[in-house]
Design a protein around this ligand. Structure first.
Ligand code: SF4
Length: 426
């Protein structure tokens, strides 16, 4: 059973949902990280939809699909997906995020992190359809970056991202207004790729920019060339880790809690801050701890610890190295045979690395970690359902960003691409 109290605290509202005042849970998203996420419950045979309801993901957006998609033997479902993929040929691109389970990845034409996959989708200009096996904000980015004729499909609409959902447009606007009311200007907004199109558009409108976990440091440099302060959305930890690397001290950063006046800070703290960090986190990466690193080192004296920068700062500082998902893969691939790696990122990726590199010892820092619960909502059953509609010329679950939002978001994305194209000064 999913933990009901955690479930309640993690209620997800659609972007058109109630305002801050109307919400029943002041500490929305700030509850303990997921201990028994819905992902740990098998998707079928146990009433997955009811589990998702219990977990507080609502309102349910994904239409029910016939149970036969779940009950048919795996080999039959897989064969049907491969056959439809063949039939659709170049008209279809299937993208698989690194955190997807192997049962999904087996169908992917391309694997990557969120940014690489969005770029990949945009480059497949001949493809009419992109079946994006990732989460909602990624499909939005693919739609924004893609050509007008390309249709992006998310196999299960309930595959959101808890971190992205922690920064809602109206809350971000309210925080921005609070700063303006104090006469604080010169603030450059930066949003992590893992955010909604609405937040990317906010950044585009306000002279801001998007970043990834790979280019956050360079984007910070850009921001301070264009302003005196920055506001980082929605991941407090990536924002803090990057600022710390740039030499900012803890008292130059404030965390902005959208449920508290002035984000939970005094006026003096706000006026003195150089970096505002939105209070959001990734429920997967926030679970890693220094104790886990100490245990790994005690049990494997030769271990090297590598973690994602969405981890808390004490974890990143205790690790031997940190970097984006692509960086983690590259480092471990390039490591000599016989080396030992403790990895602080999503379990499906860690398990895949273990399988691909049996000559190395690779394990997840958290021995009991569950997969990213929202990534896990992509299941081959939904892929088959979507493809069977596509072959009949019916597009289901298309992710289409409002053109005005897409235009503003493109401004912020283009600024990031410009920064990435500039030669890096080391
Ligand atoms: S791993 Fe974290 S950031 Fe990525 S989709 Fe899952 S909750 Fe969102």
């Amino acid at each position: 059973m999913a933990n009901k109290s955690a479930a309640s605290a993690a209620t997800m509202w659609p972007s058109s949902g109630p305002s801050t005042e109307q919400r029943p849970y002041k500490t929305l998203w700030l509850a303990d990280p997921q201990l028994e996420p819905a992902s740990c419950v098998p998707e079928e045979g146990t009433g997955a939809y009811e589990q998702l309801n219990d977990y507080g993901v609502g309102p349910i957006q994904q239409e029910r699909i016939p149970r036969t998609y779940f009950t048919m033997p795996d080999h039959e479902r897989d064969a049907r997906i491969f056959a439809l993929k063949d039939q659709l040929g170049d008209r279809l691109t299937i993208l698989g995020h690194h955190y997807q389970r192997d049962e999904v990845i087996q169908f992917a034409d391309f694997q990557g992190d969120s940014y690489l996959l969005s770029k990949q989708a945009a480059e497949q200009t001949g493809a009419e359809y992109t079946l994006f096996c990732g989460v909602h904000f990624m499909a939005e980015s693919a739609d924004i970056l893609g050509a007008p004729h390309q249709k992006v499909i998310l196999p299960n609409l309930e595959a959101g991202c808890s971190m992205a959902d922690m920064a809602r447009g109206d809350d971000v606007e309210a925080a921005w207004k609070a700063l303006a009311d104090l006469g604080i200007d010169g603030v450059v907004p930066i949003t992590y790729m893992n955010s909604s199109a609405e937040i990317k558009a906010f950044c585009g409108r306000h002279g801001g920019i998007v970043c990834t976990s790979s280019n956050a440091s360079r984007v910070y440099d850009w921001a301070f060339e264009h302003g005196d302060k920055l506001f980082f959305f929605p991941d407090e930890h990536l924002g803090r880790n990057t600022a710390s690397r740039k030499g900012f001290t803890a008292d130059q950063m404030v965390v902005w809690d959208p449920f508290l006046p002035l984000g939970g800070n005094t006026e003096a703290q706000v006026r003195n801050a150089s970096v505002f960090l939105w209070k959001g986190y990734c429920s997967v990466h926030a679970r890693f701890s220094v104790e886990q690193i100490e245990k790994a080192r005690a049990e494997h004296p030769d271990v090297q610890v590598i973690v994602h920068p969405e981890c808390r700062i004490e974890v990143v500082e205790a690790a031997d190295m940190d970097g984006s998902t692509e960086h983690i893969i590259d480092v471990i691939r390039a490591a000599p045979s016989g080396t030992t790696w403790a990895v602080g990122t999503e379990i499906n990726l860690v398990r895949r690395l273990q399988t691909q590199m049996p000559d190395k010892t690779i394990f997840c820092l958290d021995p009991v970690i569950c997969p990213c619960s929202t990534m896990y909502r992509i299941h081959p059953a939904y892929m088959l359902w979507a493809l069977e509609h596509l072959i009949e010329g019916r597009v289901v679950n298309q992710i289409k960003v409002d053109p005005d939002i897409a235009a503003d978001a493109s401004v912020a994305l283009d600024r990031m691409l410009d920064v990435s194209r500039q030669p890096q000064v080391v």
